[in-house]
Design a protein around this ligand. Structure first.
Ligand code: BGC
Ligand code: BGC
Length: 690
C-alpha cells in the first residue's frame, strides 16, 4: 500500500505528539480498499485532526477541501454540493471527501452507538452527541410496538442526525435473529438450530431476505445476525442461536448473509435489505464449562474462555469467518464477549476478544481483508481490565470501529465513551489513523446502504410484514426443521381421520415457549403471544375430523384408541441466563410435569409421539425412551407451530437432520462429531424419514 507511506516532506511537517500518529499511519496500512485513496487531503486531515480538534480544525477542513477539489477536478466547487453528497461518485471517493471535512468530535461520534432508551426522551441528543448509530437492545421497543411506530421512531432519530453540520445519517441496529423478533407482528422464524436441521441454505437465505424486508421497512437498516457460532457444548445458553456444532454446517448456512444483504453490495441500498453482522468473533461457542460458577448466579459457560490450541481455534472458531468475509462479504462483525487462552503457551493468560488486536486487526482485517465495520458487543469493552480509559484504548486499538455503549448504570454510556476516546486521541494513546480507519469503514457502509440519498424509512414494503406469504415460509421452515429420532411401528405420520387425538405437554399450546428467547423481550417469555399458530392449533387444523382433547398435564382421561402427542421441552431464555447451571435454572432435563405427562399418555393411548420443543437436546432417560413410540426434535419453531403438525400428519415428510449430537447423559457434554470416544444417543446428522 505505497500511498500510505507519507512522503518525506510530510514526515518533517509532523512534530511532537503528532509524530506518534504518523507512525501509526505508517503501521496501519489499512486493508480497507475504500480507504486506500492516495488522497493528499486525506492525509492532511490525519494531521489536522491530531492536535486541534477545536474550532480551528473545522476551517482547516474547509481549506483542505478547496485544495483537494482543485487538485482533483481542476475547478472550484463553490455553490455546488460537496463531493460526498454526489451519488455518482465511487464510494471510496465519497468516504475520503467526507472524512476530510470532519472534526475529531464528529469522527468519534460516528464511532459511538447509543441505545434507543438513551435518546428517546430527548432525540436532540443524537445531534448533540454526533451519534453514528443507535440500537435497540433485546425488548427495547417503541410504544406502540407496531411497524409504523418503529419507522417513526427511527426517522425521528434520523432527523436529528441530519441536522448535524455534515448531515451524516445514523445507522439503526437491531437483533433480528429469527425474524425482526422485537417487533410485534413480524414473522418469527425457527431459531437457527432448527434452520441448521433443515440443511437447506436456500431456505435460510429466503428467511433472512424476509427478515431484512420486515426490518428495513420498519426503520432499522442493520441486523446483528447471523450468529455464525459453532456451538460445541449444548449447556451453552446460546446453543439455539447456532446452526450447529459442525463448522462446515455453519458455513453452509451463511447464505443467511446473502439473504440479509442481497447478492451483491449494490443490493444493500434496496428497501428490502439490511447490513448483516457475523457474530460473535470468534469462538463464542467454544468456551469451557466452568463448574465452579454453576448455581452462583454467574454464567458457567457463556462469555467464558476458549482453552484451545491455535489449530483447534482456526478450525472451530475462525473457519466460518473466512467464507463470511470472502464469499458472502458480510459488512459487519461483532467481537465475542469470550476470551481465548492458547494451550501452546500454557493456560492462565486468556485474552478477551474485544481486546484481541492480533485476531481483529491482524487476522480479520489484514489477512481476510475484511473491509466492513467491527461493532463491539453490548458494554463488552467494560469487561476489559483497567480503568474505563484503558478499556476504550484497548478496544479501539484492537481494531473495533464502533462501540455499543448504551446506558451504563446511572450515567449514560455514549457521552462517557466520547469524552474518553477524545482524551485518548489528545494524549496520543489512540492514533488519528486508527480513528480514520474506523470512521471510513462506518461511512462506507452508510454510503453503500444509500442512506445519504434515502435516509428515511422506505415504508413501501411494510405492508408485507407478517403477511400470509411470509408466514408460509416460516411454516415450511418449521416443517423442514423437524428431526424424527424414533419411529417404532411407523407411528408417524399419523393418519388424519375420525380417531381421537390426545394432546398434552407444556409446549403443545405455548406460543411463548415455541418462539423462545429473543422474542419481544431479550429473554423471551412463556406468556408471549405473537401472530401465528401453536402446535396445538396446527394439529387441530391438519386433522379437522378428529376429536382433539388437549390437557396440558394429561389429567383428562386418555381414550385408549387415541393417538397421543405429548409436546414437552424448555421455557425461553437467552445468553448466559440459559446456561445449564446459570441464573435461569435451565437443566437440559425434562420437567417432572412433562415426564409425568409422557408416562401417562404413553401407557394409555394407542400410540404416543413425543415432540421436544427446545433450544438444544434434552436428556431422555432410557426407560422413558423405551415407552415412547415416536420421538421428534422440534427445536424452537417460531410463530408457525403448524409446521410441526404438518410433519406429524404427513403433509410434509420428515427431512431434518441433527445439527448437534444428542447426548445420552448430561455428563457427556461437551459431545461432538469427531470426538475420540463418541457415544451419543443420536449422532450428529441423524434423522429418520417416515
Ligand atoms: C449480545 C449480542 C447482541 C447485543 C445487542 C449482547 O448481549 O451478546 O448478540 O447483538 O447484546 O442486543
Ligand atoms: C439487553 C440486551 C443485551 C443484554 C446484555 C439487556 O438488557 O436488552 O439487548 O444483550 O442486556 O446483557
Amino acid at each position: 500500500m505505497p500511498h500510505h507511506i507519507p512522503a518525506p516532506g510530510r514526515r518533517i511537517m509532523v512534530a511532537g505528539a503528532a509524530g506518534v500518529l504518523a507512525l501509526g499511519l505508517l503501521a496501519t496500512g489499512s486493508p480497507a480498499g475504500a480507504q486506500q485513496e492516495p488522497s493528499h487531503a486525506h492525509q492532511q486531515s490525519h494531521r489536522h485532526g491530531t492536535g486541534h480538534h477545536g474550532t480551528g480544525h473545522q476551517s482547516r477542513g474547509h481549506h483542505d477541501k478547496r485544495h483537494r477539489d482543485r487538485g482533483h477536478h481542476g475547478r472550484g466547487r463553490h455553490g455546488r454540493p460537496p463531493a460526498y453528497e454526489d451519488s455518482r461518485l465511487p464510494v471510496r471517493q465519497r468516504v475520503t471527501d467526507l472524512l476530510s471535512r470532519m472534526t475529531l468530535a464528529e469522527k468519534i461520534g460516528q464511532m459511538t452507538q447509543a441505545e434507543r432508551a438513551d435518546v428517546t426522551a430527548d432525540p436532540s441528543l443524537v445531534t448533540q452527541w454526533h451519534l453514528g448509530s443507535v440500537l435497540s437492545g433485546g425488548g427495547s421497543v417503541p410504544t406502540p410496538n407496531t411497524p409504523t411506530a418503529w419507522a417513526d421512531m427511527v426517522d425521528t432519530f434520523q432527523k436529528a442526525a441530519l441536522t448535524t453540520r455534515l448531515h451524516i445519517p445514523i445507522l439503526y441496529g437491531i437483533d433480528a435473529v429469527h425474524g425482526d423478533n422485537n417487533m410485534y407482528g413480524a414473522t418469527v422464524f425457527p431459531q437457527n438450530i432448527g434452520m441448521g436441521a433443515t440443511r437447506d441454505p436456500k431456505l435460510v437465505k429466503k428467511e433472512e431476505h424476509i427478515t431484512a424486508e420486515e426490518t428495513r421497512s420498519s426503520g432499522p437498516q442493520w441486523a446483528f445476525a447471523p450468529c455464525i457460532c459453532v456451538a460445541r457444548d449444548d449447556r451453552w445458553g446460546r446453543t439455539y442461536e447456532s446452526f450447529g456444532e459442525n463448522p462446515k454446517l455453519v458455513e453452509k448456512m451463511e447464505t443467511a448473509i446473502d439473504g440479509f444483504q442481497g447478492n451483491s453490495i449494490k443490493d444493500l441500498s434496496h428497501p428490502d435489505r439490511v447490513l448483516s453482522t457475523a457474530k460473535h468473533f470468534a469462538g463464542d461457542g467454544l468456551t469451557s464449562y466452568d463448574a465452579s460458577k454453576a448455581g452462583t448466579g454467574a454464567y458457567p459457560i457463556d462469555q467464558g474462555v476458549d482453552q484451545v490450541s491455535r489449530a483447534q481455534f482456526a478450525r472451530l472458531a475462525l473457519a466460518p469467518y473466512v467464507d463470511a468475509v470472502r464469499k458472502h462479504h458480510v459488512e459487519s462483525v461483532m467481537p465475542s464477549y469470550s476470551s481465548v487462552d492458547w494451550t501452546e503457551d500454557g493456560l492462565g493468560n486468556p485474552i478477551k476478544m474485544s481486546a484481541n488486536k492480533a485476531l481483529i486487526t491482524g487476522w480479520l482485517k489484514h489477512q481476510q481483508h475484511f473491509d466492513g465495520l467491527v461493532i463491539s458487543d453490548w458494554q463488552a469493552i467494560r469487561q476489559l481490565p483497567g480503568t474505563y480509559s484503558d478499556q476504550v484504548a484497548a478496544g479501539v486499538n484492537a481494531g473495533i470501529d464502533m462501540f455499543m455503549e448504551p446506558y451504563s448504570g446511572s450515567s449514560t454510556g455514549a457521552p462517557e465513551f466520547e469524552a474518553t476516546l477524545t482524551s485518548l486521541v489528545d494524549s496520543g494513546a489512540v492514533s488519528m489513523s486508527r480513528i480514520d480507519d474506523a470512521v471510513s469503514r462506518i461511512l462506507k457502509v452508510k454510503f453503500e446502504l444509500g442512506l445519504f440519498e434515502h435516509p428515511y424509512t422506505n415504508r413501501s414494503l411494510a405492508r408485507t410484514t407478517g403477511d400470509a406469504a411470509h408466514h408460509a415460509v416460516a411454516r415450511r421452515a418449521a416443517a423442514e426443521s423437524q428431526v424424527l429420532l424414533k419411529n417404532s411401528g411407523r407411528t408417524l405420520p399419523l393418519k388424519p381421520g375420525p380417531a381421537p387425538v390426545y394432546v398434552a405437554g407444556s409446549n403443545a399450546d405455548s406460543m411463548g415457549n415455541q418462539a423462545g428467547g429473543w422474542t419481544l423481550q431479550w429473554q423471551g417469555d412463556s406468556a408471549n403471544q405473537i401472530p401465528g399458530t401453536t402446535i396445538l392449533d396446527g394439529i387441530e387444523a391438519d386433522d379437522p375430523n378428529a376429536s382433539v382433547t388437549y390437557s396440558e398435564d394429561a389429567s383428562d382421561p386418555v381414550p385408549s384408541n387415541a393417538a397421543g402427542i405429548v409436546v414437552v421441552g424448555e421455557t425461553p431464555y437467552a445468553e448466559g441466563v440459559g446456561d445449564v447451571g446459570g441464573p435461569g435454572g435451565q437443566t437440559m432435563r425434562l420437567s417432572s410435569a412433562d415426564t409425568a405427562a409422557i408416562q401417562k399418555v404413553c401407557s394409555q393411548a394407542a400410540s404416543c409421539t413425543v415432540v421436544v420443543v427446545s433450544g438444544r437436546p434434552l436428556i431422555i432417560p432410557p426407560r422413558l425412551l423405551g415407552q415412547i413410540d415416536s420421538l421428534v426434535a422440534g427445536w424452537l419453531p417460531g410463530s408457525e407451530g403448524a409446521g410441526v403438525a404438518d410433519d406429524l400428519f404427513g403433509l410434509h415428510r420428515y427431512s431434518g437432520k441433527l445439527p448437534v449430537s444428542w447426548p445420552r447423559r448430561l455428563d457427556q457434554e461437551p459431545i461432538n462429531i469427531g470426538d475420540a470416544s463418541y457415544d451419543p444417543l443420536f449422532p450428529y446428522g441423524y434423522g429418520l424419514r417416515d
